[in-house]
Design a protein. Structure first.
Lengths: 169, 358
């Protein structure tokens, strides 16, 4: 029953991800990306992580993508066949490093998936995925990563403000 | 199992009937009548069937007929798929929001506990925000896909305005969530059985900020910059006609009902009557049996809920026909420099009070 829901959503997510990459118009890519985010939210719901699913929709599909679209419209990017995407000179090292990083992550994911016992479903608490449960673990077990992440975001925000402000002044 | 599905279907049909079938068409008439009264005119009363005018109520039918029969026009150079999709994306979230809005409490009917909400989600109010934030795309993409500069400007204003006021709206809600300690709208409603527990008394500042942000999200005057007729022709829906325009039109009116329902459930006790508990109603009619007394309580509560909703719809319309349109920079200043700091202070003060009382 769960697979009946999972496979269509996952397949749609993959198709939409391909659309994001291969779409000629920037807005088309952005719309596909929103669809992809919604599919991911669907996968989260399948894992009974309702709170995370809702946050996925509110933050990624809702807030961040609106800003993406705003920027695309502000720059008025149109479908243009004349634009040829070239990799910048001297970026080879970065590209190779990023490739290795992705390979490392993929290796980790695959090794975890293979070592997991998939014959019987994992036992989860009744309250798994509820807002209260997520909040509790965020503020007790994972309080340090949580705070570090929030400080990182704050720094990024201040940095963006500083960059924008020097431009204006 | 089958009975549960049947009950849920009944609730869905009821909500659809009330919002799409009743409120959306009737509100077009109410808005015209209210503007007429406020501007000392007689108002929409020309549509008649065989000389019978019914206070102009036939204008609802005339409107619907007009929208169905108008030419559906897609401008040259427009993106056909997105141009067709965006009004649908705009109207669906407005209706879907009602899935988590309770329009009554819990009643014992025929030995079965019936909860008057379509889906009592644990994330409750967050679902409303998630769905409402998706509606933004309907308006943003509408302007972009029309291949029209006025539309594009309108949708850019929509994007910035909706993102700005979503922040305030989310932060105001946090105060309410802290006071009631739950995100389920049913529990928030049930917690307001005591009159002095109503959100308006516990979160007075929150109420005003929520209503302001909500009206800004709905893009109605005084926040209607995205469609400012005197500047942008009609903003993001300049290039829409027929039923596609009708969908944008309908979305606005349904959102008005949504806002009224949310304000009612968060700040004005939902279906509760001041100083009258559910038990006192059921015990008053106890001689009719459990089911009958519960059914009476249910009818009264649903009536009270929609009575409050109608009041807040009237309130929004009064605001709409009283205030002039704000300037774009005024809207941004109000959102970021006044409402956002105020809502943060509101969260802080609420937290301090809760800490001091515990």
């Amino acid at each position: 029953m769960e697979l009946l829901i999972f496979y269509p959503i996952a397949a749609l997510a993959v198709v939409l991800a391909l659309f994001v990459v291969f779409n000629k118009s920037p807005i088309g890519s952005a719309v596909s990306l929103i669809g992809l985010m919604l599919c991911l939210a669907g996968v989260f719901i399948g894992l009974s992580a309702h709170f995370v699913a809702i946050l996925q929709v509110i933050i990624y599909a809702g807030a961040i993508m609106v800003l993406f679209m705003f920027v695309i419209m502000l720059l008025n990017l149109k479908d243009d066949d004349n634009v040829i995407w070239k990799s910048r000179e001297g970026n080879t090292l970065l590209t190779v490093l990023t490739g290795f990083l992705v390979l490392g992550i993929l290796y980790k994911i695959i090794s975890i998936t293979l070592s997991a016992d998939s014959s019987k479903p994992a036992k989860i608490m009744e309250s798994f995925g509820t807002t209260a449960e997520v909040g509790k673990s965020l503020f007790t077990t994972y309080v340090l990563p949580f705070e570090v992440a929030s400080i990182l975001l704050l720094v990024a925000m201040v940095g963006a403000l500083v960059l924008a402000k020097t431009k204006i002044d | 199992m089958l009975v549960d599905i049947l009950i849920t279907l009944l609730k869905i049909f009821f909500i659809l009937g009330v919002t799409v079938g009743f409120f959306a068409p009737i509100l077009t008439w109410v808005e015209r009548k209210q503007s007429a009264i406020m501007q000392d005119r007689i108002g929409a009363n020309r549509a008649d069937i065989l000389g019978f005018r019914a206070l102009g109520l036939f204008h609802c039918i005339a409107d619907a007929l007009k929208m169905f029969t108008k030419e559906d026009f897609i401008p040259r150079g427009a993106n056909k798929i997105l141009h067709t999709l965006s009004p649908i994306v705009a109207v669906i979230p407005a209706i879907v929001t009602f899935a988590v809005v309770p329009f009554g409490g819990e009643y014992n009917l025929f030995g079965k506990q019936v909860n008057l909400v379509i889906s009592d989600l644990d994330v409750g109010i967050l679902f409303v925000f998630a769905v409402a934030s998706l509606a933004t795309y309907g308006y943003v993409v509408a302007g972009w896909s029309s291949n029209n500069n006025w539309s594009l400007l309108g949708s850019m204003r929509t994007a910035s305005q909706m993102v700005s006021y979503e922040v305030t709206m989310g932060l105001t809600i946090i105060g309410v969530l802290m006071v009631y300690g739950t995100m389920r709208l049913t529990e928030i409603g049930a917690a307001q059985e005591n009159f002095f527990n109503w959100g308006i008394f516990l979160q007075p500042l929150g109420f005003f900020m929520f209503l302001t942000a909500a009206i800004a999200e709905n893009k109605r005057i005084p926040f209607d910059n995205p469609e400012a007729e005197s500047e942008l022709v009609a903003g993001y829906f300049t290039e829409y006609s027929g039923l596609k325009f009708g969908m944008f039109f309908m979305a606005e009116f349904i959102e008005m009902v949504t806002i009224a329902a949310l304000v009612t459930i968060l700040f004005f006790g939902g279906w509760q009557i001041p100083f009258v508990s559910t038990e006192s109603i059921t015990s008053l009619f106890d001689f009719l049996g459990t089911t009958a007394s519960n059914a009476i309580a249910m009818l009264i509560h649903v009536g009270v809920f929609f009575g409050k909703v109608v009041f807040f719809i009237w309130f929004q319309m009064t605001i709409r026909w009283t205030l002039p349109r704000f300037r774009y920079d005024q809207i941004m200043n109000l959102g970021w420099k006044i409402l956002l700091p105020l809502s943060l202070i509101n969260v802080l003060v609420t937290g301090a009070v809760i800490l001091a009382r515990s």
